[in-house]
Design a protein around this ligand. Structure first.
Ligand code: PLP
Length: 373
């Protein structure tokens, strides 16, 4: 066997794709983590224009074009009142790369990183790639991230904790009070809070808050992305921002691993940020209708599910065997344990699919539930 790094041997390819493939082409797929809307026309057109004008042929600045970073800074000023210097933003290959460079720049072998459990799969894998130790922190019963549980899990080896609101796989949205606590914990314990806000625009009840609004130190970095904000998952354009010093360290990783984010995608994302947000409102309204449809269906079946307040995921409590019974009947849902040990006993259901398919899937889930319970 060739020699592989111990770090890469600690992680494996996510099994979720294999489940999709095994389920066949005519299955109803409630496993996908992307909006089912087209990228806004003005974003597509901006990329076309940039390509035709020859503006997208060359490397951009390592951090991304100045005008994209200005649009990102403007966005955070408008949405959260954050005074962000465009020099302290790095445009990345999606939120995925943003998470990678944030962890790579801050975590050493043996350092502990607290991650939500259940939580997005990359937190565990990317921490392991740095040589660090992911420490899963269980959620509350309503699937929100519990600041007290984070604070209790901090040890001398903890260098960072990850929070994610609205959350994948839970759809949970953190309250202002909890987000203030995240900032306080980062400040008081002098640990980095990595705040993954890629679902920021998909909030049904209440508002989105960022710990960056409340921190009194430089202990917060924010991850965001055009992927879910503007239905641009294929474009691979995200960003990270933080203090000048932290950005300089993250840029060292980004510069050697990536050089710069794809130029056409930068132009498209800038247009999405600066352009009409009507599409975003439409998407959110549509996800909310589908969430309600799904929850009503669960109610009828007798499935217990904390009410998701954002993103496009629900995480009901399901009996053992439910996921397989769904798969056998042609509906793909993801077992909760794919997102951490505490996800066991749940399934993640993505409702980024049309309402008629959702209704069909609910009929199937009713049968699957009867068979499994
Ligand atoms: C919570 C969360 N963070 C980050 C990402 C990364 O998304 P992207 O790399 O497409 O921006 C995802 C994608 O599913 C996600 O669910």
């Amino acid at each position: 066997m060739p020699n592989f790094s111990d770090r890469v041997e600690r992680i494996s390819i996510s099994g979720i794709r294999e489940v999709f493939e095994a389920a066949g082409d005519d299955a109803i797929n409630l496993g996908l983590g992307q909006p089912d809307f087209p990228t806004p026309d003005h974003a597509r057109q901006a990329a076309i224009d940039a390509i035709e004008a020859g503006k997208a042929d060359a490397y951009t600045e390592n951090k991304g074009t100045r005008s994209l970073r200005e649009a990102i800074a403007e966005k955070h000023r408008t949405d959260q009142g954050i005074d962000l210097d465009p020099s302290n933003v790095i445009a990345t290959a999606g939120g995925s790369e943003a998470l990678h460079i944030a962890l790579e720049a801050h975590v050493d072998a043996g350092d502990e990183v607290l991650i939500p459990d259940p939580g997005f799969v990359s937190y565990d894998a990317l921490t392991k790639l740095t040589g660090g130790e992911p420490v899963p922190v269980p959620l509350r019963d309503d699937l929100t991230i519990d600041p007290a549980a984070i604070e209790a899990a901090i040890t001398d080896d903890t260098v960072a904790f990850v929070v994610n609101s609205p959350g994948n796989p839970t759809g949970a949205v953190s309250s202002e009070e909890d987000v203030r606590e995240f900032a306080r914990i980062a400040d008081e314990h002098d640990v980095l809070c990595i705040s993954d806000e890629v679902y920021e625009y998909t909030v049904f009840e209440g508002e989105h808050y960022s710990p960056m609004e409340f921190t009194e130190t430089d202990n917060v970095v924010v991850i965001n992305s055009a992927s879910k904000l503007f239905s641009m998952t294929g474009w691979r354009l995200g960003w990270v921002y933080g203090s000048e010093e932290r950005v300089e360290r993250m840029l060292r990783v980004h510069q050697y691993a990536q050089a710069c984010a794809s130029a056409p995608a930068q132009y498209a994302a800038e247009a999405a940020l600066r352009g009409d947000h009507g599409v975003v409102d439409e998407m959110t309204a549509s996800f909310e209708r589908r969430r309600d449809l799904l929850l009503d269906g669960f109610d009828e079946i007798g499935i217990d599910c904390p009410t998701p307040q954002g993103a496009f995921y629900a995480m009901p409590r399901v009996p053992e065997g439910f996921v397989d019974e769904c798969l056998d009947r042609g509906v793909v849902v993801v077992p909760g344990e794919a997102f951490g040990e505490h996800g066991r006993g749940h399934a993640r259901i993505s409702y980024a699919t049309d309402e008629s398919e959702l209704r069909e899937a609910l009929d199937v889930m009713a049968d699957a539930y009867e068979a499994a319970k």
